[in-house]
Design a protein around this ligand. Structure first.
Ligand code: HEC
Ligand code: HEC
Ligand code: HEC
Ligand code: HEC
Length: 472
């Protein structure tokens, strides 16, 4: 099978999995070597401050008195106020990110469809993936990614994969400080370099930085993270992401709650719906930022940035010959001008109430001849800014308003086009709303709607979804 066939096959499985939501639990694969790593030395010698924003490595978090304690409870899916004591142990045993670096080596920690060696050969690279900044940027702590041979200490830090600090921020500025914090507080996090993951908007942007891509971030020492068509054609899987769904799949090493000054409040019933709505907007925002960055690099004649970047467009637009599920897709054109390609990244946000914020980019990209980078860059930048504001509002919105908003996303979404990527988005959204207990069920209605969307039978899907979701 070619990589594309493999990927579509996987997509099929992914959707089948979503169909069985509520029954299927993410199958947690223990790592082949699941032992707990015990720190051999104290991470921060007293009296010798480490400069702000340097990486300390997983071991700095993992002493028995910190986050390397027993994790039997959280591994069994039980969380309480003491979960933090075993967070690192839990991560080490279960988290897919622990093996991210190994995927770049010749001994990947899980079976792969395309090996790093195969991908690098396709890219005509003369260096291995473990030395290529493009790959390290997503498969290790991005702040540790550099090009070329590295000293052993750096290699050893990278080999921890997408470690604690890849999400929580480099620890030198907060390692000691955070032990005394009593509640969620943006100011403390910002001044010390800890990522405010308690904020669902910041959390989604953190994940999306690697699961969609992101421009370089000099303040944090991050290089650009860019999954382009060259890498996909060389065999790298296309990055399919839905924040709510991937968040569900991630083995939890924390107790999900709001840490307010007055106490530890559990998240409201609508939490999963909020993850979905916020995640869709954040994904569109991320796509706009990446597009603007690609435009800037293309205008600076970066030899590795072609224009237009093919990965910006819907794969089925060019690959008519791709195997199922894409092969039998006639490309419905909708409002697009003749000869134009559908913008790939529209799928996270298609015509939801947030559509206005992204429409200028869509209009510009879906021309018979896509606009040049000089025009695209500033428009995409502005859309990213607008979407950022929408994201902040959605994070702060009351549960009742949020639920209304989540329901609004649907009818418009599926009135678009009978197309695989859109169907995937709807299924992920339905699954999130179901977890938030927002759907009118009998279960048969649910199955009917899921099945119609999966078959992309929109005539049957529309009334079924209307029934299921109810009037906003
Ligand atoms: C923008 C972030 C990003 C970049 C850049 C990136 N990867 Fe990945 N890579 C991922 C993610 C995310 C996955 C997991 C995909 C999934 O399961 O959805 C992955 C999966 C893989 C896999 C497993 C493939 C399989 O068949 O399952 C390999 C091997 C791999 N990457 C190698 C590379 C190499 C080599 C490079 C550099 C040329 C690279 N990656 C660049 C994010 C990235
Ligand atoms: C893929 C991203 C990611 C990685 C990697 C990661 N975390 Fe987390 N972690 C999170 C998220 C998201 C939360 C939830 C934050 C919140 O609720 O405020 C969290 C929460 C925590 C908490 C709070 C637990 C609680 O119940 O109060 C601790 C402690 C923690 N992580 C430690 C670690 C350690 C140690 C590592 C590395 C061994 C690690 N994390 C790696 C994303 C990550
Ligand atoms: C620094 C880059 C990076 C960040 C940040 C990141 N990821 Fe990942 N993620 C990866 C890579 C690389 C893989 C592939 C590892 C593998 O398949 O073993 C991956 C794999 C996964 C997987 C398993 C996918 C599969 O197909 O099995 C899930 C789920 C996931 N990430 C969710 C998240 C969530 C949720 C967040 C944010 C809280 C996040 N990731 C943040 C790079 C990242
Ligand atoms: C504008 C047209 C266009 C779009 C859109 C496009 N591709 Fe391609 N693709 C091509 C062309 C032309 C080639 C052959 C040249 C090359 O390898 O770059 C190709 C090659 C490939 C290959 C290698 C095929 C082989 O047999 O070796 C894969 C895999 C691939 N594309 C996947 C994708 C995916 C996934 C997407 C969506 C993210 C996509 N393409 C979007 C035009 C496109």
């Amino acid at each position: 099978m070619s990589p594309v066939q493999d990927r579509s096959f996987t997509l099929g499985i992914a959707v089948a999995t979503i169909l069985a939501i509520g029954v299927v639990v993410f199958v947690l694969q223990p790592r082949s070597h699941g032992e707990v790593r015990v720190p051999s030395e104290t991470p921060a010698p007293v009296g010798k401050p480490i400069p702000k924003g340097t990486a300390i490595g997983n071991t700095g978090c993992m002493s028995a008195a910190c986050h390397g304690g027993p994790a039997a409870e959280s591994l069994a899916g039980k969380f309480d106020a003491n979960t933090w004591e075993g967070s690192g142990t839990c991560w080490n045993a279960r988290d897919p990110h622990a093996r991210a670096y190994s995927l770049l080596t010749d001994k990947p920690d899980r079976p792969v469809r395309a090996t790093a060696r195969h991908i690098m050969a396709g890219l005509h690279s003369t260096i291995p993936a473990t030395e290529d900044v493009r790959c390290l940027a997503c498969h290790s702590n991005p702040s540790l990614a550099t090009h070329g041979t590295a000293e052993p200490r750096l290699v050893s830090l990278r080999s921890e994969g997408v470690g604690c600090e890849s999400c929580h921020g480099n620890a030198s500025g907060w390692l000691r400080e955070h032990t005394t914090w009593k509640s969620d507080n943006h100011a403390e996090y910002a001044s010390t370099g800890m990522t405010p993951l308690f904020d669902i908007g910041d959390r989604s942007m953190t994940c999306l930085g690697c699961h969609v891509g992101a421009p370089a971030d000099p303040a944090r020492g991050y290089p650009v993270r860019d999954m382009n068509h060259d890498m996909i054609a060389a065999g790298h899987p296309r990055l399919d992401f839905d924040f709510a769904e991937f968040h569900r799949e991630l083995p939890k090493h924390w107790q999900e709650k709001e840490r307010t000054p007055t106490g530890q409040k559990p998240r409201g019933a609508a939490f999963d719906a909020r993850l979905w709505v916020v995640g869709r907007v954040a994904q569109a925002e991320t796509a706009c930022k990446l597009l603007a960055d690609r435009a800037a690099r293309a205008s600076a004649n970066d030899p590795r940035t072609p224009w237009p970047e093919l990965a910006e467009f819907n794969c089925a637009a060019c690959h008519h010959d791709l195997p199922q599920p894409w092969r039998s897709e006639p490309q419905t054109r909708g409002e697009r001008p003749l000869g134009s390609l559908r913008w790939q990244t529209i799928w996270p946000i298609t015509e939801s109430p947030e559509y206005g914020a992204i429409q200028p980019v869509v209009t510009m990209m879906q021309r018979a001849r896509p606009a040049g980078f000089g025009v695209v860059g500033p428009v995409a930048q502005q859309s990213a800014k607008n979407l950022g504001e929408v994201r902040h509002n959605l994070v702060a919105m009351s549960d009742a308003d949020l639920v209304r908003r989540a329901r609004l996303g649907f009818p418009a979404t599926f009135s678009e086009h009978a197309e695989w990527d859109t169907a995937g988005q709807i299924l992920w959204g339905l699954a999130a709303l179901d977890r938030a207990r927002l759907l009118n069920r009998p279960v048969t209605e649910f199955d009917r709607a899921f099945d119609a969307v999966r078959r992309r039978d929109w005539a049957a899907a529309k009334p079924a979804l209307d029934k299921l979701i109810g009037k906003p």
